[in-house]
Ligand binder design. Structure first.
Ligand code: ATP
Length: 238
């Protein structure tokens, strides 16, 4: 891999007295899909939060497109090209679908291009156009996940951080979400994916990292992790 798009080196972070990340090092290359797998509480969401600026790292280095971003404000990081779709979807329930999408572009001022991107989102997720005036909180779980994804894309990211996009969704909707992730990637967007469905995530990704108690325990090409007996026993239900 040439110069990675995103690079974490020995990143530490936590919540008050709790240290959640004990020194995370990982890379995401241009146009790559990379997945992080691990048990509940291993630090997957915290890693994404540290990258997107929601959680301030206490040590280590985060570099994006050659620039240090560790400790930068979240809106600054969005502007640089990283978008975070958090766990639990977190759409704004009292705003309409359309307003949620427009908020995804809050760091941009290129009105004509924002309109073009809204069009693209509506083409990709026709239900979001159909339900444009509906309050986001009244959408179904799958629709809210699509809205969360589409909103994250409205900032035109180079890197998308996806936290459990299939959580709690019916199998057919899960397939749709995975197909969308594949399509976004084919358009050149790099993706760092956290997924409870480790098998599907490893089938989609090029590389994977296994997190245990705030540390990377091992990593490698996704195909190798899929065939690794430690991964199979701990995370793939083998
Ligand atoms: P899950 O798969 O359950 O979402 P995870 O791997 O994403 O887990 P994190 O949510 O990053 O794990 O949590 C890592 C550690 O940080 C856990 O011990 C968790 O209890 C703690 N933690 C996470 N969020 C907070 C918070 N807001 N305040 C205090 N501790 C937190």
């Amino acid at each position: 891999m040439s110069e990675p798009l995103l690079e974490l080196r020995d990143v530490k972070a936590g919540y008050g007295p709790i240290t959640a990340l004990h020194g995370i090092s990982l890379d995401v290359g241009e146009g790559e899909i990379v997945t992080m797998i691990g048990a509940n509480g291993a630090g997957k969401s915290s890693t994404l939060r540290a990258i997107s600026g929601i959680l301030k790292p206490t040590a280590g280095k985060i570099t994006f497109a050659g620039k240090p971003i560790g400790g930068h404000a979240a809106n600054e990081i969005v502007r640089l090209g990283i978008s975070h779709s958090p766990e639990g979807r977190q759409v704004f329930p009292r705003l309409t679908v359309r307003e949620n999408l427009e908020l995804g572009a809050y760091t941009r001022s290129d009105k004509a291009e924002i309109r073009d991107d809204l069009r693209t989102m509506h083409d990709m997720f026709p239900i979001l156009e159909e339900r444009g005036q509906q309050l986001a909180g009244t959408l179904s779980g799958g629709e809210q996940q699509m809205l969360a994804l589409a909103r994250a894309l409205m900032s035109r990211p180079k890197l998308l951080l996806l936290d459990e996009p299939s959580l709690g969704l019916a199998p057919l909707i899960v397939q749709k979400i995975f197909a969308v992730i594949r399509e976004l990637n084919s358009r050149g967007i790099a993706i760092l994916l956290v997924e409870q469905n480790a098998k599907q995530a490893l089938k989609l990704a090029q590389r994977g990292y296994v997190l245990e108690s705030g540390q990377i325990s091992f990593s490698g090409p996704a195909s190798e992790l899929l065939n690794d007996t430690r991964v199979q026993e701990a995370y793939l239900g083998a």
